[in-house]
Design a protein. Structure first.
Length: 78
């Protein structure tokens, strides 16, 4: 099964430069982005069968990832 990438540059391709700039200059953005990337990595590993997790845990991770994405999108829009 091929999974769609969910890293920030794929989620916001037109804002790749701004993502890079905010990671370098905004500690809050950097913290959110780092957590997003950690969760995304966990989700991908679970979906690929590299790590085991029950459905409830996977869904909780996906919800947290979505919440972080919303926060990051708001910062990118500012």
């Amino acid at each position: 099964m091929t999974l769609d990438p969910h890293d920030l540059t794929h989620e916001f391709p037109a804002q790749a430069d701004k993502i890079h700039a905010l990671k370098a200059s905004n500690a809050h953005f950097q913290k959110l982005a780092q957590r997003y990337e950690e969760i995304n990595k966990d989700v991908v590993q679970i979906e690929e069968g590299v790590r085991a997790a029950d459905d409830a845990h996977l869904e909780a991770l996906k919800k947290e990832r979505l919440h972080l994405k919303d926060q990051l999108a708001a910062l990118l829009a500012a």
